[in-house]
Design a protein around this ligand. Structure first.
Ligand SMILES: [Zn+2]
Length: 298
């Protein structure tokens, strides 16, 4: 009797989901796609335009991406100018869904000064890598949660619960990062990466990052730029140098050889790893990077 009742309840719970096709949420890159999955659980289908280990800065929409977007209910963007293609793509695809800019409300960094920005974000004006500060990602999660509730009011409670549980994990992550850096002297907290992806991380957790490439991997440093960076590296106490999963690391390998600075490993900056890799989720990515950096700075 009990078994039969459970079965009936189970069918009732499954039927509505089976009757309607799931909502489709398109995210611009793998880190955002993970945040949507953490909030939505299995309630929506999430597609990432830029996949694991792929470079967001080099993305160009493919015809298949336009077809995917055409049938989607929501598009989640980072904002801060990193998806310059998004407005044209949304229009060309005939996308009629909701656009959510996940970085809404975060305090953006200005690329040239590393200081806070004032006016409205425009393409190339601000540092887009705000996800490298866990406090910013908590805002991303709240914005994504509200966007999901707007396109699917019946799921609002589920999204609230999903976001609340995930925010607890993010708080723990943030506390663990701070605790891990606390014993490291300020003078040792200087790191070189391939491109300028970690300024928010540096601001949040008290590290200094330098990079031969600017905010986009698409920028090309001159021989003069590289020589100046190498002089800086030799003049200051730079502890470690890190490759990035999305970048061509030839230039950084050259700088490591020229200056004798040790390569500390590979950081995940703008993309997750594939599911079987060490950074399959945002939290796994941040923990992987933390272990690598702390080991190199100690
Ligand atoms: Zn980047």
């Amino acid at each position: 009797m009990l078994a039969r009742r459970s079965l009936l309840l189970l069918s009732a719970a499954l039927l509505p989901a089976a009757a309607a096709p799931p909502l489709v949420v398109v995210a611009s890159f793998s880190i955002l796609a993970d945040l949507v999955r953490q909030v939505a659980g299995g309630r929506v289908r999430v597609v990432s335009l830029v996949g694991p280990d792929q470079d967001l800065h080099a993305y160009e929409p493919r015809p298949s991406d336009l077809r995917t977007l055409a049938g989607a209910d929501m598009l989640v963007l980072n904002g801060l100018g990193v998806e310059g293609w998004s407005a044209r793509m949304a229009q060309a695809s005939g996308f009629k869904g909701r656009i959510v800019v996940a970085s809404k409300g975060v305090r953006p960094l200005h690329p040239a000064t590393g200081g806070a920005a004032g006016a409205d974000p425009a393409e190339g004006q601000y540092d887009p890598h705000a996800w490298q500060d866990v406090a910013n990602v908590k805002r991303y999660v709240a914005t994504i949660r509200d966007g999901l509730a707007a396109i699917d009011p019946a799921g609002a409670d589920a999204y609230r619960a999903g976001a609340a549980a995930y925010l607890v994990q993010l708080d723990r992550l943030d506390a663990d990062i701070r605790a891990a850096y606390a014993p490291i002297p300020a003078a040792r907290r200087r790191v070189i990466t391939t491109h300028d992806a970690l300024a928010y991380y540096g601001r949040a957790y008290g590290l200094e990052f330098r990079a031969p490439l600017g905010l986009s991997t698409e920028s090309e440093p001159t021989a003069k730029d590289i020589a100046a960076l190498e002089r800086q590296i030799r003049g200051e106490h730079i502890t470690a140098l890190f490759f990035e999963n999305i970048s061509n690391n030839t230039l950084l390998g050259q700088i490591a050889r020229d200056t004798g600075v040790r390569v500390g490993g590979e950081l995940y900056s703008d993309a997750l790893s594939p599911p079987d890799g060490p950074a399959a989720t945002y939290i796994a990515m941040m923990r992987h990077n933390l272990v690598q950096i702390v080991a190199a700075l100690r």
